[in-house]
Structure formats: structure tokens, C-alpha cells
Design a protein around this ligand. Structure first.
Ligand code: SF4
Ligand code: SF4
Length: 509
């Protein structure tokens, strides 16, 4: 039997944009950017520059200046990278995962050895990534990572090593799905994104017999397209993998767990997967089972992630303002402790465990009382946990946006200085150390805008969830959560109006 390495759909199989019911805007249908993204090596082209930047950052971390504002590893990681990630999530989608450089070494490794094992059942889900997320936040505060290029370099190298090790041993995208805390953060943030990898026409999926978007495309004769595969064809090699995250396009809902890798786009023989515009946050209201995830509102690990995502946003911002130093000092004097970690651990426990538990229980109890639902408090909390994500993301945006915008141009003199230090010549000119970023008079309204959008999003999502819970008493079910969102918003406004450390830049003094 003749095989071919490419299987183009017949031209009549391509769906003109006007016939795609979902496509108000389909990025993949646009000339230029769409053509580039449909090219199956486009991801590699995005990953390679980031890999090159990562190599420079690691080299600078270990052999560059010790002073963080002069070091590309510290500056790019803690000022620019984080800001760009959240802004990309707000404006487009999960672009960082799409261009993730951590996966390139594993792609190379997989050319040499095929992973043999399935990810252990007891480690599946999001608990491990949540523990790692909290551990990174804790380490960041305890060891002042923003001011330590060497440890920042260690963190980057550890990330590359972990991704390589996990995905060299375990099949599919185990690292992305079960381990990577940055990925889970991006998945939650991308629920607020305006773009989604989605099916263009569900009718085409209905009649599709191969389901290549999930099982992968195998080499086969061109005429075998879209008919039942003959017995024995399963032995043919896979020439394009399907979704390694286990998301089956026709049943996929939203961006959770989607890395924007576009494998499904390249695998679908009917050109039926697009990068479609949609209403941000709408997926947070959707109830019921989703491909690859099950019922989100019944998954304790996802609910825990949403809660920690939101309260950690407050904690991370709170840790950068003066009152936290006064608080830590007072606790140290009161307890007689002379080391920081128990005080920090107590702060984390109060902010990420005790405070959310009390607030969410109170909101759930009031919702049960006002809406008349017979659901348990835990079930109500899990339902409404999704409504926390917009305000949580708004706080991350405001906080990371503040550092990004106020330190926007600082990368220029640091790059100039690095080139001078490396080559002995000022090839990019003398370092312009006076360059900073946008003035706070511009950045502050942006921060408040992000918070306001987050609050509005949370209210709308909570309203939709409350309608599902008790259509007759929607207002009663909604009000306690709206009050909680408002309280979180007010706390964030208070934090962001305090003098904040300009971590990682010379503006910090
Ligand atoms: S997305 Fe493509 S491969 Fe997947 S079911 Fe639909 S038509 Fe088939
Ligand atoms: S293959 Fe899966 S993870 Fe990749 S873009 Fe498609 S749905 Fe998302």
C-alpha cells in the first residue's frame, strides 16, 4: 500500500469563512498571521527565539552582574516576562504556552527515546501543580528571588530539567497537564481571553470518522480520507499527533487545559479547527462535562486552584508594600522569632487557607439561605469558585502590569550594558540608565481599569452561576458572592494605592 507523509483535504473540504457558524473572527483564516500559524512549524519558530532568550538569561544569571537591575535573568523574568504573559492572556490567549521554550528539549529527547509510562494515576489532576505554585510563591518571598539573579537562573534551569525529565519518561503532555504551575496559571488566565481554539463547524465533526484531532493523524493513502479506516491501518505511523492534553475538539469547552499548541489544527483532515473569537469569561459560566476535564464545578482540585489563584494575587501584591514589613516585624517581636520562614508560612496559611475558608463558607451559607437551595456548602463553594477567577486575574494584571509598564524600557540599558560587558565594545551604544518606563500617572488608571474589569467579570459570572442554581432567586444567590468580590476588589485597591517596591529595577533604589 502506498503511503504519503501529507494528507491534504480535497479543496472542497475546506470551509470558507462565511460558512463557519462560530467564526465571527477566526485568526487562522486571516492572511498573514493565519497563514503563519497554520504552518505546522510555526510553534517551533515561536519557541526558538524564547529558547535563545532563555539561554542568554541563564548565562547572565550565572556569569552576569550580581545586581538584579543590571541582570537580564532577574529583570526579564520578574519585570517583563510576567507582565507580557498576563497582557497576552488579556488581549489574545495562552501565547506563552504556545511559544513555551521549556518543551523544546523534550521534543529533542523524544526523537531519541519514546516515553514509556503513563503519568501515575494518584498524581493526576491539579494538586501537584497547585503545591508547586504555592511553593514557588513562598520561595520567591522567602529568598527575595526578584533581587537574586543566581537563584533566578537556578529556577529557570530547574524548569527546563523538570519538563525534560517528566516528558521524557511519561507519555503525552504530562508536564503541561499535571505538573507545570505556570501552565495552570495560564489556563485559568486564558478563561478571560478573547480567543479560543475551537471547532469551526460541529456538523463536520459529526460526520468525521477519523477524529484525528484527538488520536493523531496517521500516514495513509490520500483516497482514504474521511472513510472508515481499513483493518491494519492502525499500524501506520502517526505523522501528526492529536491533542496530548486529551481535549477532543467537538466536546472541548473553552481554554482550560489548552496550551494553544495547535496540534489539533494540523491533525484535523477537514481544516475544521480555528482560533476563534469568543466572549471572554463565558466559559466560566458553562456547566456540565467538558472533554479532558470532566465537570469543572465538581473538581475539588480545580476549585482549589481558582481560590488560591485569586487569594494569592492579593498576597503576592500585599507582600510588596510597606505594611507587610511592619506586620512581619510585629509578629517577630510578639513571638520572639528571629527567622522569617515561620512568619511567612503563617502569613501564607492565613491568606491562602484560613481567610478563604471563612469568607467562602460565609458566602455559601448566605447563598443557601437566600436562594433556598438544598446544596451542601462545599458544593456551593465549588460552583461559585469560578466566579473568583476574573477578579483574581484583574489583580494579577494590575500588579504585574504595574511592574511591566513602570519598568518597560529598563531592558534597553541592561541589554546595552550586557553587550558592552560581553564584547568590550558599545555595539548598541552607551547604556541609557535613565530609561525607566511609563509614568505612574498613566499606569495607575490602567491598574484600576484592570481591577474594575475583573470585578465586572466576576459579577457577571456569578450571576450566570446563580441563575443555574436558583432561577427564581437569582439575586439572592448572587448577592453574597458579589459582596465577596467587592471586598476583594476593595482590598486590591487599598494594596495598589500603597507605596510598592519597584522590584527588579533601579527605580527601587
Ligand atoms: S475537529 Fe476535525 S478531526 Fe476532530 S472530530 Fe472535528 S472534523 Fe474530525
Ligand atoms: S491540541 Fe489540544 S492543547 Fe493543543 S491547541 Fe488543540 S486543544 Fe489546545
Amino acid at each position: 500500500m502506498t503511503t504519503t507523509l501529507s494528507r491534504r483535504p480535497p479543496s472542497g473540504d475546506r470551509l470558507p469563512a462565511g460558512q463557519r457558524p462560530n467564526a465571527a473572527l477566526d485568526l487562522l483564516a486571516l492572511p498573514g498571521v493565519g497563514r503563519f500559524l497554520r504552518w505546522r512549524h510555526s510553534r517551533l519558530m515561536l519557541q526558538l527565539p524564547l529558547l535563545a532568550v532563555s539561554v542568554v538569561m541563564v548565562a547572565h544569571a550565572f556569569w552576569g552582574p550580581d545586581l538584579a537591575p543590571k541582570n537580564l535573568a532577574a529583570l526579564l523574568t520578574w519585570v517583563h516576562f510576567r507582565g507580557l504573559v498576563v497582557l497576552a492572556l488579556l488581549c489574545a490567549g495562552n501565547l506563552f504556552c504556545m511559544a513555551c521554550p521549556f518543551l523544546l528539549p523534550r521534543e529533542l529527547a523524544r526523537r531519541l527515546i519514546a516515553p514509556r509510562w503513563e503519568w501515575p494515576r494518584w498524581l493526576r489532576g491539579k494538586w501537584l501543580s497547585l503545591a508547586l505554585f504555592v511553593a514557588v510563591l513562598f520561595t520567591y518571598e522567602l529568598f527575595d528571588l526578584w533581587s537574586d539573579p543566581w537563584w533566578t537562573g537556578v529556577l529557570i534551569v530547574a524548569y527546563f530539567a523538570a519538563a525534560l525529565l517528566v516528558d521524557a519518561l511519561f507519555r503525552r503532555a504530562s508536564f503541561c497537564k499535571h505538573v507545570c504551575p505556570v501552565g495552570q496559571f495560564n489556563f485559568l488566565g486564558s478563561t478571560l481571553s478573547p480567543l479560543e481554539v475551537a471547532v469551526r463547524d460541529h456538523q463536520v465533526c459529526h460526520t468525521c470518522s477519523t477524529k484525528d484531532c484527538i488520536v493523531g493523524r496517521r500516514a495513509e493513502a490520500p483516497q482514504a480520507l474521511d472513510r472508515q479506516r481499513p483493518a491494519g491501518e492502525a499500524q501506520l505511523p502517526i505523522i501528526q499527533r492529536g491533542c496530548e492534553l486529551g481535549l477532543f475538539q467537538p466536546r472541548k469547552v473553552g481554554n482550560l487545559d489548552c496550551t494553544f499548541c495547535l496540534d489539533c489544527v494540523y491533525a484535523c483532515p477537514h481544516d475544521n479547527v480555528g482560533l476563534l473569537a469568543r466572549l471572554p469569561a463565558e466559559e466560566l459560566v458553562a456547566a456540565g462535562s467538558r472533554s479532558g476535564l470532566g465537570v469543572v464545578e465538581r473538581r475539588a482540585d480545580l476549585s482549589a486552584w481558582m481560590i488560591v489563584f485569586t487569594f494569592a494575587a492579593l498576597l503576592n501584591a500585599f507582600a510588596m508594600i510597606s505594611p507587610v514589613y511592619a506586620l512581619e516585624q510585629a509578629i517577630a517581636e510578639w513571638t520572639g522569632l528571629t527567622v522569617e520562614w515561620p512568619i511567612l508560612a503563617a502569613l501564607f496559611a492565613v491568606t491562602l487557607l484560613i481567610e478563604p475558608a471563612l469568607l467562602l463558607a460565609a458566602a455559601a451559607y448566605t447563598t443557601r439561605w437566600l436562594s433556598g437551595t438544598g446544596e451542601s456548602l462545599l458544593a456551593i463553594v465549588q460552583r461559585f469558585a469560578r466566579s473568583l477567577v476574573p477578579i483574581g486575574f484583574g489583580i494579577w494584571l494590575a500588579h504585574y502590569g504595574f511592574h511591566f509598564f513602570t519598568g518597560l524600557w529598563t531592558v534597553i540599558p541592561v541589554t546595552q550594558h550586557t553587550v558592552w560587558r560581553t564584547t568590550g565594545r558599545e555595539l548598541l551604544g552607551a547604556p541609557q540608565w535613565h530609561l525607566g518606563g511609563l509614568p505612574e500617572s498613566v499606569v495607575f488608571p490602567l491598574e484600576m481599569g484592570f481591577l474594575g474589569l475583573g470585578l465586572l467579570g466576576s459579577w457577571l459570572v456569578a450571576w450566570g452561576i446563580s441563575r443555574q442554581l436558583a432561577a427564581e432567586r437569582t439575586l439572592g444567590g448572587w448577592a453574597p458572592w458579589a459582596a465577596l468580590h467587592l471586598a476583594i476588589f476593595a482590598a486590591a485597591v487599598w494594596i495598589l494605592t500603597q507605596p510598592m517596591d519597584m522590584r527588579g529595577t533601579f527605580l527601587g533604589g
